[in-house]
Write a protein that binds this ligand. Structure first.
Ligand code: GLN
Length: 456
């Protein structure tokens, strides 16, 4: 807590810090351990976690980064949060994000801008920028985020931490404020692959409150990792890795390309075969993602009507109540997405936009499936650049959207992906981290994590 108090004035990664509750829970834990109840505490006893503020937490504010939910305190925990607490983890607070997850920098939060721990004039990435910065600055041990189009992986890359986006359906979305339901996944951040593996085993698994959650058995991810013989000289013998050609071309910073190539040759030295693979539909994923995500958002966000959640405005009739609440409660980016989504879904344009985007999604899915039949995993950068300056892209939404090119396809295809630090580019006092993204077939989280363990 003292570290948090020291760093938070600069970082602003938390919207809400539950310090009194955290201290109480820690004391209670000490008491139980001292009185010999050690076995009664869970596997994550005392582990401090940060939770992205679009995940509901009982008796704590849960704003989604939006004014429209200012003052909202849910009566329940999101399933992922409940499972962490049941395992003994202590929720330290709620981390900052772009409003409802729409953005790539946390500048879209209605409350504050989080800074990058490597250079406080730069963004931490987004939308889970608060969760990434909090782990990077060791304000907490691990954190939860959500990833609709890269919101765990891109901030992990910008902040130099490990970020894991599980397979769609691997973790329950119950209690996650819906952005684009067919793409949303709860993910996690840690300072090692082992930490994220530990968290995933706790939060993953079927949940009767989310019909899209998978009932596939949840492996003990962390113990599968430690059972490996890391001392073997060519531990990746026989492993086939595809490096996605389209992710190393024009528009990608040269320092990012060289870091990724460096990681690829390291993987080769460890015995794997690395080959370039082309995914021709790769660049189509970005426009398709923005059509689909905005369309789903325009529907999901209709629940914020000024009546059910948050504060109330006074109005003379119902339409005025809706209008006033939404005009005052939503920020600029959210309004823009609702307009884009409503437009794409409207009768005259549905075939040209939404339907076409769905067709592209099928193509993207198929091209990843084909490639993953030939390779165990695919690799790429997690973002085309390292962290950029606060304010640099705020007035240029298209430039900001373009930065999501590396990550959105994975959500369209529902695949698991892991980001780990793999190099640095110039900038800040000590350089700026670059993240390597590794993608696998559905429910092959272990394969993705096992390989990257060797990067150390
Ligand atoms: N930056 C992307 C967007 O704004 C991704 C966000 C996310 O994954 N939540 O939609």
């Amino acid at each position: 807590l003292s570290r948090l108090r020291r760093t938070e004035p600069t970082l602003r990664s938390f919207i809400h810090v539950a310090d009194a509750a955290a201290e109480r829970e820690a004391e209670e834990l000490d008491r139980r351990i001292a009185s010999g109840e050690k076995d009664a505490v869970g596997p994550l006893a005392g582990v401090l976690v940060g939770v992205k503020d679009n995940l509901c937490t009982a008796n704590m504010p849960s704003t989604g980064g939006s004014r429209i939910l200012d003052g909202y305190r849910p009566a329940y925990d999101a399933t992922a949060v409940r499972r962490l607490r049941e395992a003994g983890a202590i929720v330290l607070g709620k981390t900052n994000l772009d409003e409802f997850g729409m953005g790539s920098t946390t500048e879209g939060s209605a409350f504050q801008v989080t800074t990058n721990p490597w250079d406080d004039s730069r963004v931490p990435g987004g939308s889970s920028g608060g969760s990434a910065a909090a782990v990077s600055a060791r304000q907490c041990v691990v954190s939860l985020g959500s990833d609709t189009g890269g919101s765990v992986r891109q901030p992990a890359s910008f902040c130099g931490v490990v970020g894991l986006k599980p397979t769609y359906g691997r973790v329950s979305r119950f209690g996650l404020m819906a952005y684009a339901s067919s793409l949303d996944v709860v993910g996690c951040f840690g300072s090692s692959v082992f930490d994220t593996a530990t968290i995933l085993s706790v939060v993953a698994g079927h949940d009767k409150m989310d019909a899209t959650s998978s009932s596939q058995v949840v492996p003990e991810y962390a113990s599968e990792l430690v059972s490996l013989d890391l001392l073997e000289s060519k531990p990746l013998n026989g492993v086939r890795i595809g490096i996605i050609q389209e992710t190393l071309g024009e528009g990608v910073a040269s320092g990012v390309v060289s870091s990724i190539k460096g990681a690829a040759s390291h993987l080769e030295q460890l015995g794997s075969v690395v080959e370039e693979v082309s995914l021709p539909s790769f660049s189509l994923g970005l426009p398709a993602y923005y059509i689909l995500a905005s369309s789903e958002a325009s529907s999901n966000l209709s629940r914020y009507d000024g009546i059910r959640y948050g504060g109330q405005v006074s109005a003379d009739d119902l339409n005025e109540l809706y209008g006033e609440s939404r005009a005052n409660g939503f920020g600029h980016e959210v309004k823009m997405r609702i307009l884009m989504g409503t437009y794409a879904l409207s009768a005259g344009y549905y075939d040209a936009y939404y339907k076409r985007a769905q067709q592209v999604r099928t193509l993207v899915k198929q091209s990843f499936k084909d490639a993953l039949e030939r390779y165990d995993i695919l690799i790429s950068p997690a973002a085309p650049s390292a962290a950029y300056k606060i304010g640099e892209k705020i007035n240029d939404p298209l430039a900001m959207y373009a930065g999501d090119i590396m990550t959105v396809n994975v959500n369209l295809a529902g695949l698991p992906a892991l980001v780990v630090p793999c190099g640095f580019v110039e900038g800040g006092a000590a350089g700026l981290p670059v993240g390597l993204q590794m993608m696998g077939s559905p429910f092959c989280e272990v394969k993705v994590m096992v390989l990257i363990t060797f990067r150390t």
